[in-house]
Structure formats: structure tokens, C-alpha cells
Design a protein. Structure first.
Length: 392
């Protein structure tokens, strides 16, 4: 009898434990297994728009060609409500109203890096945009100064394959402790735009649609018909990939009309060049008119030749796309009060700089000697002679 009691006292608890484990496994398989799987949000072009619209849009004029100014801008396209358009006979849906908020920087991305802190219990590194202009635009695609700017926004309504969602910036994320204070980073829109600037700089010229992992910046919550359920997905398991439209060019911005906002710093009539015509925005070459005082006098066997000063050459070499123009009146070249008879250009007079045009004037007939072929020289009363040696 004693043995039976001992057996039962051991067996019954073991059986209870096993039954509990079986019930837990059944519950996990039926209810929990799918719920703790990795959740990934792929945010593509807007479902409820006939045009191809993306949540994130970037433009970057890098001005590598030095024919304008560097300019960088970002625009967010999003819905303004949670209504679902009626399904059409062909299975497609009607359009939802899309609104836009954007920011444009004078040059590249400009920011201040500081702290979001109460000075006691938390310290979060925070980016803040500066030297920028905020815009809104409606369905007419006309941009205007923002009434609700990106600096005041932290969430947007969009969709994932037709299912409405709330895209919300994470903001302050704890990454450590310093004594009693929380430390970390503020993953806000200002920081996101810095990363977008770096991405745009790395791309080749042209239009690109790139898939970006923006998990550190955003949480995405699905709309359940009544509200956005912020219990799903769990922040720790939320992966957010966003298709981002980027238009990058090595040219610089020269007209407000080129920007996706149709403005530059709020001015829709802005133009870098006063002679802009017919949408031909860029001057591929920058014109530079050389003055006589930018030349030096080379004296060879008592004869005078002109050569561009080395300091001027060094200065002009900093510009990739520049054309030189020279206009000289040979009758009026003096050294102090002494009138000089200039015979020509010294060897390698302009170094490797590109000369577009040389105009030479003289009231009497004369020869003018050069080492290089300048087929574009315009001359009055002057015969161009090619030199092989310095004293020819």
C-alpha cells in the first residue's frame, strides 16, 4: 500500500505537467505560432492612385557640373482619411485624396545635432533641419508654403497592398544608460532626411526607385476598420521596407521650374540666369572674360609676349566647366607709361584651360605669333604666325 501511495504521489504530478505541456503546445499551434512570426511591412507605390505615387520622393541637384547650385528636397505623399474607395466593375478601386508635405534645402542637407533631454533622466541625440523651406501641395500638384510642415509631423496614413496603415516615426529610442539617465537616439524625420541625402549622393544620375530598410525610423500599424491597432505588429519584430523614388542629376538647380515643388525657397519665379529661355535651363559652360591685367609679360630677346598669370590659372582650374574669352586691343597695352609692342602669346599661354574665343584688334597691319593652334582667333589687320621656337 505504501508503495502504491509513493507511486501515485510521483505519477500524478508528472501526468499533470505533461497534460499542461500538451495543452500549451496546442494553444501555441492554434493561436500564437503565426502571431510571433516576423512581421515585415513593404510600402510600395500608392494603391489608390491612378498616377504612380510613392510615400517618399527625393530630388537632388548635386551641381557636380558646376552650372547651377546644389539643391536637395524630400516630399512625403500620403492620404488624409481612412475611407476606402468603392471597387469598380473591373475590380480596381477609385482614387483616394493624396496630400503632400515636403522640405527643400538651400544646398545639401543642413542640420543641427543636439540633445533632446530634460537634463536629468534622459538624453537622446537629435537631428534638427535648418536652412530649409517647407511646402504643402494638394491634388493640383501646386506647392505652397506649408501650414503644417514636416517639422511638426510624426505620422502619416498610407497603404500596404490596399490595406490602410499608419506610418509613425519611432522618435526617442533608448539604447543605453548613463548612471540613472536613459541615453539613445531620436529617430525622427530630420534624421531620416539626412540618411536620404546620403543615399541620393551615392546613386548615379537618373530616376531610381530603391527599396530602403527604414525599420529604425518607423513603426507601421494596420487599420482594422475602426482604428489603427498599435498592438500589432510588435515594435521589436517590425521590419519596414519603403520603395523610395529618387531623381538625381549632376547638374545644378538654375530655375525654380526644375524643382518638384515649382519653387526655390518659396519663390516660384527664381532663376539663376536672367536670360533663361524655352526651358533650356543649364549653361553647360560658364563664361569667363579674361582682362589684360590677368596676363603677365614674358620678355624673350627684348620681345614682348603675353602669358596668363599662374595665380589666375590655378584659380580657374578649380572650375570643371569654364570657357575663356579674350578680347585684346594691341594698340593699347602699356607697362606703366611705356607702350608695349606685343608680338604674341608665350608657349602654353593658357595652360590646359579651354579657350572659346580670342579677339585681337590693331589699327595697323602686323604679325601675331603663337605656339598653339588657335583656329578661333578673330583678328583685324593681323596675320597669325605659328612659332616653332621662342625667338622666331
Amino acid at each position: 500500500m505504501l508503495k502504491n501511495k509513493i507511486f501515485l504521489s510521483i505519477f500524478i504530478p508528472l501526468m499533470i505537467v505533461c497534460l499542461c505541456l500538451d495543452f500549451w503546445y496546442m494553444y501555441y499551434a492554434m493561436f500564437l505560432k503565426n502571431n510571433i512570426a516576423l512581421v515585415t511591412a513593404y510600402i510600395d507605390d500608392a494603391t489608390y492612385s491612378e498616377e504612380e505615387k510613392y510615400f517618399l520622393n527625393v530630388e537632388y541637384f548635386s551641381n557636380e557640373n558646376e552650372n547651377g547650385i546644389e539643391n536637395f528636397g524630400v516630399r512625403f505623399d500620403y492620404y488624409t482619411d481612412v475611407s476606402i474607395p468603392e471597387q469598380q466593375e473591373d475590380g480596381s478601386f477609385g482614387e483616394k485624396y493624396i496630400y503632400s508635405s515636403g522640405v527643400q534645402f538651400k544646398n545639401g542637407y543642413s542640420y543641427n545635432l543636439g540633445l533632446n533631454t530634460n537634463g536629468i533622466s534622459y538624453f537622446y541625440g537629435k537631428y534638427t533641419m535648418k536652412n530649409c523651406k517647407f511646402y504643402n501641395s494638394d491634388s493640383s500638384n501646386i506647392s505652397f508654403s506649408a501650414t503644417n510642415s514636416l517639422k511638426d509631423m510624426n505620422h502619416w496614413v498610407y497603404d500596404i497592398d490596399g490595406q490602410l496603415c499608419l506610418i509613425e516615426e519611432k522618435g526617442n529610442v533608448k539604447e543605453g544608460m548613463s548612471l540613472w539617465a536613459k541615453t539613445g537616439t531620436c529617430y525622427n524625420t530630420d534624421y531620416l532626411i539626412k540618411d536620404l541625402y546620403d543615399v541620393a549622393k551615392s546613386l548615379p544620375d537618373g530616376e531610381s526607385v530603391v527599396l530602403l530598410d527604414l525599420s529604425k525610423f518607423f513603426n507601421v500599424y494596420l487599420y482594422n476598420g475602426k482604428e489603427f491597432d498599435k498592438s500589432t505588429p510588435c515594435t521589436a519584430e517590425n521590419l519596414v521596407f519603403v520603395q523610395c523614388y529618387i531623381n538625381k542629376t549632376s547638374d545644378g538647380l538654375v530655375s525654380a521650374k526644375q524643382s518638384m515643388f515649382g519653387c526655390y525657397m518659396g519663390d516660384s519665379e527664381w532663376s539663376l540666369y536672367s536670360d533663361e529661355q524655352h526651358g533650356d535651363f543649364w549653361k553647360v559652360k560658364s563664361d569667363y572674360y579674361l582682362k589684360l591685367n590677368e596676363f603677365t609679360i614674358d620678355i624673350e630677346e627684348g620681345k614682348y609676349y603675353l602669358k596668363l598669370q599662374s595665380s589666375v590659372i590655378d584659380y580657374l582650374k578649380n572650375y570643371k566647366n569654364i570657357e575663356l574669352y579674350v578680347n585684346l586691343d594691341l594698340d593699347n597695352i602699356y607697362l606703366g607709361e611705356v607702350k608695349l609692342n606685343i608680338l604674341g602669346f608665350s608657349k602654353n599661354c593658357f595652360a590646359d584651360l579651354e579657350v572659346a574665343e580670342i579677339i585681337l584688334k590693331s589699327s595697323e597691319k602686323r604679325n601675331f605669333y603663337v605656339y598653339e593652334d588657335y583656329n578661333f582667333i578673330e583678328h583685324e589687320n593681323i596675320t597669325i604666325r605659328r612659332l616653332e621656337v621662342a625667338n622666331a
